[in-house]
Design a protein around this ligand. Structure first.
Ligand SMILES: Cc1ncc(COP(=O)(O)O)c(C=O)c1O
Length: 417
């Protein structure tokens, strides 16, 4: 048995090293990354049978936990009937999923385009804004993360991810996140794209009222307000959508991650009907996707939206998020030399370290104790805690204890940096 496990770990490392991503393979091996083989609810099991509480949560994908039985059952049933759309005929489930999304989305957001990832949803939103306004400029925020395809990368805010791919979209401007003085930047712009909470930028929570000010500035300039809710949407922040915090309705909202309950890759944007009509009212095939809106993806999304509502998971995120944030703040008091700040909304919590080096001792120690956490992509000094919304009180208490052990380990080994 031991040999089998060892050979599985060796096989996956060799395959990664040769066929997937050699430098990533080495980093993952050095950080002691195990091999995932099974997952359910808040737990992932590795190749040795060890269980881990998933506080990285697939970077926000597993809102319902892993393999939610209702979503799995809906997908299995659909697989027997038809899995991918033939595209030449009406697709019942796409119609139903789009209708349900419009019912849940704020205000008059109504027409949705379905794709397979967050970055595609962002690409679609940028194209929609350009086609609807006849303008080209897109304004974004410093430290934003919107994805890694060329358009989404252009409006992301981390130069290190962009440099090798220039020239990107050329009519893009970046403004400080949280700064409501937008009139000058938005002059003649097609859109302002913004995350209600910057996730990968280090879990940056703006002051209440920021999104309202964004709405007003967009109205003054004629730029479309694109809320990128790929990470904040569908309950993550203890609200159905991050925009609900300020009670605002954007012109376009992008979604992905939790949209199918973490079972089938799916993304979407949803737009106000007049906006969509201005762009595509007479040109239905200008923006399409072969796989987007497939029957299995829509079956998963429909089931996931039902579970989110039926099981009251938005409220769970609010209550458990408060527990997690309070616990993390108490640890910040205890380990003031290691933690610079704790920020969060709902179950999207970031721990900013005083020095990036501490993370290399915290994350492996937590992994050893059976808790997965991860850096934020644009800000290596911030560790994110982003568990499924079904996480229990005891599981949060356990993860906080593991975090305490990680912090103690970091301080013992590195002292004050
Ligand atoms: C706010 C936001 N937008 C877009 C994306 C890109 O999504 P994907 O990785 O599915 O392309 C992400 C991914 O982390 C994100 O957090």
């Amino acid at each position: 048995m031991i040999d089998e496990r060892t050979s599985l770990a060796d096989e996956v490392f060799d395959n990664y090293k040769r066929y997937v991503n050699p430098p990533l393979a080495r980093v993952m091996k050095l950080s002691g990354s195990p091999v995932e083989v099974r997952a359910s609810g808040t737990t992932i099991w590795d190749h040795t049978g060890k269980a881990y509480l998933d506080f990285a949560g697939g970077y926000g994908v597993f809102t319902l936990g892993h393999s939610h039985p209702r979503v799995i059952a809906a997908v299995k049933e659909q697989l027997d009937a038809m899995s991918l759309s033939g595209k030449t005929m009406f697709n019942v489930l796409l119609g139903r999923a789009a209708k349900r999304l419009a019912e849940l989305a704020p205000g008059d957001l109504e027409i949705s385009f379905w794709c397979n990832s967050g970055t595609e949803a962002v690409e679609g939103a940028i194209k929609l804004a350009r086609a609807a306004t006849g303008r080209t400029k897109v304004v974004s925020t410093i430290d934003a993360y919107h994805g890694k395809t060329l358009g989404a990368l252009s409006v992301s805010g981390r130069p290190a991810f962009q440099e090798r791919f220039r020239p990107l979209l050329d009519d893009v401007a970046h403004v400080p996140y949280g700064d409501a003085a937008l009139d000058e930047a938005l002059h003649d712009a097609a859109a302002f794209i913004v995350e209600p909470v910057q996730g990968e930028g280090g879990v940056n929570v703006p002051l209440p009222g920021y999104l309202r000010a964004v709405r007003e500035a967009c109205d003054r300039s004629g730029a479309l307000f694109i809320a990128d809710e790929v990470q904040t949407g569908l309950g993550r922040c203890g609200l159905l959508f991050g925009c609900d915090r300020d009670g605002v309705v954007p012109d376009v909202m992008t979604l992905a991650k939790g949209l199918s309950g973490g079972v089938v890759p799916v993304g979407a944007y949803i737009a106000r009907t007049p906006v969509w009509n201005r762009a595509y009212g007479k040109a239905p095939l200008l923006h399409t996707s072969t796989f987007g809106g497939s029957e299995i993806a829509c079956a998963a999304a429909l089931a996931a939206m039902e579970v989110l509502v039926d099981d009251g998971l938005v409220e769970c995120a609010r209550v458990r998020g408060a527990q997690l944030l309070d616990g993390a703040r108490a640890l910040a008091d205890e380990f003031g030399d290691v933690i610079a700040a704790v920020r969060g909304l709902g179950l999207l919590v970031g721990i900013e370290l005083t020095n990036e080096g501490y993370g290399g001792w915290i994350i492996p120690e937590m992994l050893k104790r059976g808790v997965t956490v991860a850096w934020t992509l644009n800000q290596q000094r911030v560790i994110r805690l982003e568990p499924p919304l079904v996480v229990t009180e005891d599981e949060i208490a356990y993860a906080l204890e593991a975090l305490r052990a990680g912090l103690a380990n970091a301080y013992e080994n590195l002292g004050r940096l």
